[in-house]
Design a protein around this ligand. Structure first.
Ligand code: F0G
Length: 460
C-alpha cells in the first residue's frame, strides 16, 4: 500500500480522561494562576505540551517490568539489567544511576567544575548551566551561526562551532576546560540534531588537547533518526548503531531517562574514567543512594532497561519524528513562524515574529502561551525573556536572544487528532493577532522566575 498517513505504531490499552473545559472556565483558571501556566493544575489543561520530560506513556512491557522490579537494596536484579543495558548501549564501563538527569549533572560537574574552569557546549541546557555555575565554573555556548536564524535551513542546526571551539581552547588553555558537552538533540536550540561529523570533529579536538568530551544524551535516539535520514554514509546502520558510534567518540554521558528512556523518572551518568567514576560514586552515595540504585526504585530501573530498547525501534522513531514534523509543517502552512526545520521533540514558535506589535518588555512569548491556553486549553512553555531575560541596574529588561514558545510533544501520549486540534487552535490565533496584548511581571522570585512569577495583562 502507498501509505501517506503515519499511524501511531501502538494501540491504546489504558486511557486517562481529559477534562474538556469551556472558554469561561479557562479564563478563570488562568486568572487564578496569575497568567503563569506553571501554576495551572493539570486537570485544567486539555493538551499538555509543557514538556516531553517524564510525560511518556510506558508500554505493556514496561508495566510488566514494573511488577518484576527487584527492590533489594544492593545488587538488585533490576539494577543489573539496567546496568547491562546501558553498558551495551554506550560502551562505557562505569554506570551511576540517578533519579533524573540533573542529579547526574550534579555528580559530575561538582567534581570536574569549580572556579576558573570553563565548560563549552553547543548549548548547555538550563540545569546543566546551573550545575556548572553553581560549582563556580563558567559555561559558554557556541552553536553554529545557522542556529540563530529560525527560518534558515540546516540539516544539523544543533552542531557546535568547531572554529570557535579551537579558539576558546587557545584562549583559556586546555587545562582550564572542564569538558566539552554536546547536547543531542540540542533542546534549547530548537531540538535540532547534531551530525556524527560534528561529534567526530569535537572528539578529535578534545583528544588532541586532552580535554574530556561528555554527551548530554537524553534525546540521542531522536538524534540518530536524523543522522540516518540526513547524513551521508549512515543509511545502512541501525539507529542503535548510530547512537553507539556517537557514544564511542565521547568519554562519558549524562542521560535524563525521562526523555528517550521512555520512563516517568530516572537518569544516569556513564563514564570511561575509573578514577572519576569513583569520585562521582562517593557523591552519589551521599546524595542519591547506594550505587546500585541511586535515587531509583528497582521497578524504575526495570522500566528504563526496557525503554532504552524500545526507543530505538524503527517504527517508533519514524512515527515520533514524523509526528513532530507533521505539527511543524501544518503550522508553517498556515503562516505560523517557527524554528525550521522541525526538531525532534518539540516545535518552537517564534512569538516575536507572531506578535510583532508586542514589545519584548511585554513578553510576546508569554502572550502567545496564554492565548493558546485560553483558546484551546493547550499548555506550552515560554522560552524567551520571561525564562532567560535579566534586568540591568536601572531595572530595564536585557532580553533573551529569541522569544520562543515551545510545544513539546510527550512520547506515545497524543494521537494525530490531538495534534490537528492544536493546529486548529493556531489557525484561529493567526486571525486574531492584532487584538492580543502583552503582560507585565507583578511578582518575581530572585532565581528561576518563570516557575513562580505572577503576571498582569498590559491593557493600553
Ligand atoms: N539535559 C537536557 C538537554 C534536558 O532537556 C534536560 C531536561 C536535562 C538535561 C535535565 O534532566 O529534567 O531529568 O533533570 N529537560 C526538561 C525539558 C526539563 O522540559 O526540556 P532532568
Amino acid at each position: 500500500m502507498h501509505q501517506k498517513v503515519t499511524i501511531e505504531p501502538f494501540r491504546i490499552k489504558v486511557v486517562e480522561q481529559i477534562r474538556l473545559t469551556s472558554d469561561e472556565e479557562r479564563r478563570n483558571f488562568l486568572k487564578k494562576a496569575d497568567y503563569n501556566l506553571f501554576l495551572l493544575h493539570s486537570d485544567e489543561v486539555i493538551i499538555d505540551l509543557l514538556t516531553d520530560s517524564g510525560t511518556s506513556a510506558m508500554s505493556a512491557e514496561q508495566w510488566g517490568g514494573i511488577m518484576r522490579g527487584d527492590e533489594s537494596y544492593a545488587g538488585a536484579r533490576s539494577w543489573l539489567r539496567m546496568e547491562a543495558e546501558i553498558k551495551n548501549l554506550t560502551g562505557y564501563p562505569y554506570i551511576l544511576p540517578t533519579h533524573q538527569g540533573r542529579a547526574a549533572e550534579h555528580l559530575l560537574y561538582s567534581r570536574i567544575g569549580g572556579p576558573g574552569k570553563v565548560f563549552i557546549s553547543n548549548t548547555h541546557f538550563d540545569t546543566t548551566r546551573a550545575n556548572i555555575e553553581f560549582s563556580g565554573a563558567t559555561a559558554v555556548d557556541i552553536p553554529i551561526a545557522a542556529a540563530l536564524h529560525p527560518e534558515a535551513y540546516h540539516p544539523f542546526k544543533g552542531n557546535l562551532d568547531i572554529e570557535k571551539l579551537e579558539a576558546l581552547i587557545r584562549l583559556h588553555g586546555a587545562d582550564k576546560v572542564g569538558a566539552v558537552i554536546l547536547t543531542v538533540t540540542n533542546n534549547t536550540g530548537g531540538g535540532q540534531p547534531v551530525s556524527l561529523a560534528n561529534a567526530r570533529a569535537i572528539s578529535k579536538a578534545t583528544k588532541a588537547h586532552g580535554i574530556r568530551f561528555i554527551l548530554d544524551a537524553c534525546r540521542i535516539a531522536e538524534n540518530a533518526y536524523f543522522i540516518k535520514q540526513r547524513e551521508e554514509g549512515y543509511q545502512d546502520m541501525s539507529y542503535r548503531e548510530i547512537a553507539q558510534e556517537m557514544f564511542a567518540l565521547a568519554d562519558g554521558c549524562i542521560m535524563s531517562a525521562k526523555k528517550d528512556g521512555l520512563v516517568n523518572m530516572g537518569g544516569f551518568l556513564a563514564l570511561n574514567d575509573h578514577e572519576l567514576a569513583v569520585q562521582c560514586r562517593t557523591v552519589l552515595i551521599i546524595t542519591e543512594g547506594y550505587s546500585t540504585y541511586g535515587g531509583l526504585s528497582g521497578r524504575d530501573m526495570e522500566a528504563i532497561a526496557i525503554g532504552l530498547q524500545e526507543v530505538f525501534e524503527p517504527d517508533y522513531l519514524e512515527y515520533r519524528i514524523k509526528s513532530t514534523a507533521y505539527l511543524g509543517q501544518h503550522l508553517r502552512n498556515i503562516g505560523v513562524p517557527l524554528i525550521w526545520p522541525a526538531g525532534g521533540h518539540a516545535i518552537y514558535v517564534d512569538a516575536k515574529a507572531f506578535y510583532p506589535h508586542i514589545p519584548v518588555e511585554e513578553f510576546p512569548g508569554q502572550a502567545l502561551a496564554c492565548e493558546l491556553y485560553l483558546k484551546a486549553g493547550i499548555r506550552s512553555c515560554e522560552i524567551g525573556s520571561v525564562m532567560f531575560g535579566k534586568n540591568n541596574e536601572q531595572g530595564q529588561l536585557i532580553p533573551a536572544a529569541m522569544e520562543l514558545v515551545r510545544l513539546a510533544i510527550p512520547r506515545r501520549v497524543y494521537t494525530q487528532s490531538h495534534i490537528d486540534y492544536v493546529v486548529e487552535a493556531f489557525r484561529e490565533l493567526v486571525q486574531e493577532r492584532e487584538r492580543v496584548h502583552g503582560y507585565r511581571i507583578a511578582y518575581e522570585p530572585p532565581f528561576l522566575r518563570h516557575f513562580t512569577a505572577r503576571f498582569q495583562p498590559v491593557v493600553h
